[in-house]
Design a protein around this ligand. Sequence first.
Ligand code: ADP
Length: 306
Amino acid sequence: MPAITVSHLRKTYDDTIAVADVSFEVGAGEIFGILGPNGAGKTTTVECISGLRTPDGGEVRVLGLDPRHDREEVRQVLGVQLQESQLPGKIQVREALELYASFYRDPADVGELLEQWGLADKAKARFGRLSGGQKQRLAIALAMVGNPRVVVLDELTTGLDPHARRTAWELVEQVRAAGVTVLLVTHFMEEAERLCDRLAVIDRGRVVALDTPAGLAARGPAAAQRMRFRPSQAVDVAELRALPGVTSVERHGAHLEVAGDADVIGAVTAYLARRQIIAAELRVEQSSLDDAFIALTSHATAAQEA
Ligand code: ADP
């Protein structure tokens, strides 16, 4: 049975269509990402999955349960990351976990959770005094307190510094290693690429792409490749330009930058090897998930720039 099934979900607020038509399925044990620009309908979608909102149309199932009709059952199997504003600043870390544990039939052991999520020495610290990274760890620990089979993490790493973000990624992998399915809402491409098995890109209330991160990246503009290096001896730029797949060659001081299609790296490397030229300080950039995302949701970028 899939962990989550969403089919033709629709949700409007007055005259705003937040979710027009969203369908996807999350397999048990997957880390599934929902990616999209601001206002795309991501949060509304996960709120419908969590039973926090009632859809206007379509169906949602969590482990075969309907969040509207089997609300209590869904609450027992689905962990939802709390937004920071939902905890009072004065509550202590252990108190918060014990309070939330009391809502579940079969809660996790609070002491073990504190250990597992690196909060044991913060058990008596007040929530308001925690660092961003510690708050995030508590948010995940709270989502895990009911021993859920599925967790929803919405913008888990927004506002975190790069170190804390990497730690949060390790935590998400730890959640999955515990056999829990993860639904992750994010707008960080790197995060999606690093963590997610599959992604749904949502734009204006619709799924515009559903694929693995690599599959999505491959849809980027012409799968462009770019290599930059410092040749160990003079290179005939005209010869480089004539190689198969090369679209441009530029000089930047002692460096050369060669761009082209998927064949360009092989062609340039073979050419340099034939001439016994070493490519020092070599950097290769491939068309990324970023490029694919921008291409898929380009109107949003245009609107933001306008
Ligand atoms: P995302 O999470 O992708 O940023 P949301 O699901 O939060 O998108 O929002 C989708 C659209 O619905 C946006 O246009 C947003 O302004 C609108 N919206 C979200 N929540 C409400 C609400 N409670 N009342 C009215 N409009 C809302």
